[in-house]
Design a protein around this ligand. Structure first.
Ligand code: SMG
Ligand code: MG
Length: 369
């Protein structure tokens, strides 16, 4: 496929409810929507950078700048035989994985549409539905958290993840276990602790959590390996796994027993499939993370999560937990048994409501080869 045109749209959507992590609370979602055109076909993707550099160092502004000035010239007018060649073609630019992923993932959608097959087929997906979990942010009270959990369990979700931070951790998990018994439960700290908190974190062992996600620094591997030696609870790495090399290092050092895959963090689908494969070879299960994506990014995630080693429920929930209306029609739904269907149409296989996209667009840019 030859890439002939690139369009960027800065989109702003209100969230149905606020979302709070150890680094702060958000009320809306602003992201860069990327469209690539080639040979009469369009590919779409969503950049998962945020307004602020708190989850990662990238922001919408850095992604916009890097795509426009540095990545667009590397793909416009070029022909790619395979979307796997796109990430290596961007190697001259260091870092900026979220910006790179936005370009790379749009190329996958373009390629799949060009071949008239669902994206999951091109990626090597083997399942037609994926198990879905939910991520519940930090709440104002235990009571509010309990209500949220009750709602999500009733909706059928297959595991509950709660965000923790110092002061909102052991007592909260204790409350959840007391009220909801042995539900599939995990916690995500978004790097809020240090190795000095090892004894404190070990107090979580008695609750039989599925895993603790990213307890330590966002770029750390070594301390996580030390912490894993001191914990019974499996560690899952998110932020730290920004490349195939980081994944190999984490597995070699025993820094985690589970990996969260987010294509935005890794530079796209190609690198995500490689982390998926290297984890499988090492007997390490993976699951698909979420970045509060609209239906467009979320659908990319669903296709990727159809690969076989995504054996744990992911953070890929229904559209209505985040956006009403979503940018796609119909929205993503979760079955009463907690499964999400993998779309079967060409590419990401969903209908974008372009009127809604237009209404939510606050900035626009376009460039041709
Ligand atoms: O998309 O359902 C979702 C959110 C899942 O908790 C979620 N994501 O660290 O895993 C994580 C967080 C990062 C998002 S906050 C910017
Ligand atoms: Mg996380």
């Amino acid at each position: 496929m030859r890439i002939e045109r690139l369009r960027l749209r800065l989109i702003r959507l209100p969230l149905v409810a606020f979302f709070e992590t150890s680094f702060g609370r958000v009320y809306d979602k602003t992201f860069v929507l990327v469209t690539l055109e080639g040979e009469g076909v369009e590919g779409l993707s969503e950049c998962v950078a945020d307004v602020d550099p708190y989850y990662s160092s990238e922001t919408n502004t850095t992604a916009w700048h890097v795509i426009k000035e540095f990545l667009a010239p590397l793909v416009l007018g070029r022909t790619f035989k395979d979307p796997r060649h796109v990430f290596p073609a961007l190697a001259r630019v260091r870092g900026h994985n979220m910006a790179k992923a936005a370009i790379e993932m749009a190329c996958w959608d373009l390629a799949a549409r060009g071949q008239n097959v669902p994206l999951s087929r091109l990626l090597g997906g083997t399942r037609d539905a994926i198990p879905s979990g939910v991520s519940i942010g930090i709440q104002d009270s235990h009571e509010q958290l309990a209500q949220r959990i009750e709602t999500e369990l009733a909706a059928g979700y297959r595991r509950i993840k709660i965000k923790i931070k110092p002061g909102w951790d052991i007592g909260v998990v204790e409350m959840v276990r007391a009220r909801f018994g042995s539900i599939p439960l995990m916690v995500d700290a978004n790097a809020a602790y240090t190795l000095g908190d090892a004894a404190h974190l070990a107090a979580l062992d008695r609750f039989g959590l599925m895993m603790i996600e990213q307890p330590l620094e966002y770029d750390d591997i070594r301390d996580h390996a030390e912490l894993q030696r001191r914990l019974d609870t499996p560690i899952c790495l998110d932020e730290s796994i920004h490349s195939v090399r980081a994944a190999e290092e984490a597995l070699a050092l025993g820094a985690c027993r589970i990996i969260n895959i987010k294509p935005g963090r890794l530079g796209g689908h190609g690198e995500s499939v490689r982390v998926h494969d290297v984890s499988a070879t090492n007997g390490i299960p993976v699951w698909h993370g979420g970045m509060l994506e609209s239906g467009i990014g979320r659908t990319h995630n669903i296709h990727l999560a159809s690969l076989p080693n995504f054996s744990l429920p992911g953070d890929i929930a229904a559209s209505k937990r985040y956006f009403v209306p979503d940018l796609i029609e119909p929205p993503i739904e979760v079955d009463p048994d907690g499964m999400v269907r993998v779309p079967t149409g060409p590419g990401i296989g969903v209908n974008v409501d372009w009127d809604r996209v237009a209404a939510a667009t606050v900035e626009h840019y376009e460039v041709k080869a």
